[in-house]
Write a protein that binds this ligand. Structure first.
Ligand SMILES: NC(=O)c1ccc[n+]([C@@H]2O[C@H](COP(=O)([O-])OP(=O)(O)OC[C@H]3O[C@@H](n4cnc5c(N)ncnc54)[C@H](O)[C@@H]3O)[C@@H](O)[C@H]2O)c1
Ligand SMILES: [Fe+2]
Length: 457
């Protein structure tokens, strides 16, 4: 059962325009804005040790031939072992695919899709971080739609952005990081190698059927994986809370199937985002610094899901839009604590490094929201002036990152001023998210944001 709530314009925060009417202030050729938003969430089950139930879930679904996906590093760690034990105990027939690439690419997605097509599976279990969950969503989608071209479902303008109308097989996601919230979202992100830029597939249809959120898995994470995945939660919360309101997004869909997964900030997503941010403020530093702090790590695991439910419906904006070329154009940077053989800027790091510059830029559109989030993150805002909202949030973020030993800006992960044109070029196709920024941005604005992010402290 999926939780689906469709809310029209007569809600607590009424949208001003009904679909089909031109929004006042738009030019004659202007598009109409939306008047509704939809909350779509996977079922989730939370509890220490809950992973052992996965075999029974698959049995209850009647699954006879299951695909278990993970990455090479995790395949040697307890989370995967616990899942396999449960499958064996419950007599579930399964095959393991442990070739997921950390920070997947179109090529690594296609390899997983090939495996899924050949296996003709009737259910999937993804055990891992966002890389694994996203790869598994794509494998399930294309194995269920075997005649589609890979780009058919990829977000426009890079792909065709076709709506998904085929039924998918059940997918149980077992997150092992506290970051992406991918267990709750209809999003699968990959690096499109040909353009050296990340893009993805976004459709409610690819949401996992069930997320099993088991905080015991988080005890195995090394400290940089905790920190970087935690920054992803931080930015999901901040970006979705400050995104363009849903009733200012255009165009208004003529059919609900084309209403995007990322719809703009809305009163329900706001609640999830703010709650996630409070947890980040209280627990992220503890979770990074002490691997045995089960309370802190458990709370961050939940925060990831809270933020996922928020941003999975509201969307993210500039930190994420700008992060995709930061990851995609990586040169030689090797992230500490990531057990992989390729250069890599971890997603959470690529997102958070631009956050001080981004929120300085967006604050003028909703200064109260920017001040409110700064206060949650520890700033004293009692005497703050509205025009200072941006700098206050930016300084609060810089201090937060400094306290957690984060690299000093894009320069410290291998970028220089000479890379800015390529970074801007890689951001331009990310319209799906950049258009959700509350403030429109020109190419010059994007250049200035990258330049301001070269050094943080
Ligand atoms: N689908 C979405 O909604 C969404 C949202 C944000 C990000 N993403 C994507 O997710 C990916 C990043 O995912 P991530 O940050 O969760 O990390 P990840 O899946 O890339 O894993 C990072 C590293 O941590 C290791 N690891 C994971 N869990 C572990 C554990 N419990 N113990 C020890 N090691 C562990 C992995 O083996 C890997 O080496 C990126 O590709 C990003 O673009 C997706
Ligand atoms: Fe993210």
């Amino acid at each position: 059962m999926q939780v689906l709530i469709l809310i029209g314009y007569a809600t607590v925060e009424p949208a001003k325009y009904v679909c089909g009417f031109k929004a006042p202030g738009l030019p004659a050729s202007g598009k109409t804005t939306d008047y509704a938003f939809e909350m779509a969430v996977s079922n989730i089950r939370y509890g220490a040790g809950v992973t052992k139930e996965v075999g029974m879930d698959l049995q209850n679904m009647g699954a006879k031939n299951v695909c278990l996906m993970t990455d090479k590093n995790l395949s040697q760690l307890p989370p995967v072992q616990v899942v396999m034990d449960s499958l064996v105990k419950n007599g579930i027939n399964f095959k393991v695919y442990d070739n997921v690439r950390v920070e997947p690419t179109d090529r690594s997605f296609m390899e997983a899709i090939e495996f899924a097509k050949k296996g003709a599976f009737d259910a999937y279990v993804a055990v891992g971080g966002g890389s694994t969950m996203d790869t598994c969503k794509a494998a399930n989608l294309y194995a269920s739609s075997p005649h589609s071209d890979f780009l058919d479902y990829v977000n426009a303008p890079i792909g065709k952005g076709k709506p998904v109308s085929v039924p998918l097989k059940p997918l149980i996601a077992v997150p092992t990081t506290s970051g992406t919230g991918s267990e709750t979202t209809g999003v699968a992100i990959f690096d499109y190698e040909h353009l050296k830029v990340k893009t993805g597939i976004a459709s409610r249809a690819i949401k996992p059927t069930l997320g099993l959120i088991d905080p015991l898995h988080t005890l195995h994470m090394p400290d940089r994986v905790v920190a970087n995945s935690g920054f992803d939660v931080l930015c999901h919360a901040l970006e979705s809370y400050t995104a363009l309101p849903y009733h200012m997004r255009s165009p208004c869909p003529s059919n609900p199937i084309t209403r995007p997964a990322y719809q703009g900030s809305n009163p329900i997503s706001d609640i999830w985002a703010i709650h996630a941010l409070r947890i980040v403020a209280k627990y992220l530093k503890r979770a990074v610094r002490n691997p045995d702090d089960l309370e802190a790590r458990s709370n961050m695991h939940l925060a990831s899901a809270f933020a996922g439910i928020g941003f999975g419906n509201a969307g993210v904006h500039l930190c994420h839009g700008m992060s995709y070329p930061i990851s995609g154009l990586v040169k030689t940077y090797k992230a500490k604590d990531y057990n992989v053989d390729h250069p890599l800027v971890p997603h959470g790091l690529s997102v958070v490094l631009t956050s001080p510059a981004v929120f300085s830029f967006t604050a003028q559109m909703s200064p109260e929201r920017h001040l409110e989030t700064a206060e949650i993150l520890g700033a004293d805002t009692h005497t703050a002036r509205i025009p200072d909202a941006g700098p206050i949030l930016a300084d609060t973020l810089r201090k937060f990152l400094f306290d957690l030993d984060v690299d000093d800006g894009l320069a410290s992960i291998g970028y220089s001023k000479a890379d800015i044109p390529a970074l801007v070029k890689g951001t331009l196709p990310q319209e799906r998210v950049t258009k959700l920024a509350p403030r429109p941005q020109s190419e010059e604005d994007l250049s200035a944001l990258f330049e301001a992010s070269m050094k943080l402290y």
